[in-house]
Design a protein around this ligand. Structure first.
Ligand code: HEC
Length: 118
């Protein structure tokens, strides 16, 4: 290894966990959520024609900004009913660990480019 590579190593190692996180939350979203919430998270998934309640547009900064991270965590883990929303939003608590759900919350914040309260 030359000196430049050695110098870059600590930086790469420091970045790796956060890159891995971003990637797996995005993978999970694309595996489990897009059939309803859409490829771009805009609520236009392939299922929506037959759904009586339409999935949330996750790119809607106004709607998503009105929710705290805790509420988003809860609705992913326990399903729509847990926050008085439709049962058509399934609970994912047996699919994901709490850490994976926290990562999904962070991923949703990148889709809406918003945080709670604005
Ligand atoms: C079977 C369809 C379906 C799938 C799959 C699905 N959702 Fe949903 N989701 C919905 C529907 C419908 C709503 C809206 C419920 C309502 O407005 O009453 C919703 C609402 C939500 C909300 C609440 C937004 C808000 O504040 O109103 C979040 C967050 C969410 N979904 C995240 C996810 C995530 C993350 C996944 C993947 C792990 C996922 N959903 C998979 C149907 C789905």
């Amino acid at each position: 290894m030359n000196n430049k590579v050695v110098a870059a190593l600590p930086l790469l190692l420091a970045l790796a966990p956060s890159l891995a996180m971003a990637e797996s939350a995005s993978d999970n979203y694309h595996t489990y959520c897009i059939q309803c919430h859409g490829m771009r998270g805009d609520g236009m998934g392939v299922n929506i024609r037959d759904m009586s309640v339409q999935p949330r547009d996750h790119t809607d900064a106004k709607a998503m900004g009105g929710r705290s991270d805790d509420e988003i965590f809860k609705v992913i883990k326990e399903g729509g009913l847990s926050i008085s929303k439709s049962v058509l939003m399934p609970p994912w608590g047996s699919t994901f660990t709490d850490n994976e759900i926290h990562d999904l919350v962070k991923y949703l914040r990148t889709l809406c480019k918003c945080k709670h309260g604005g």
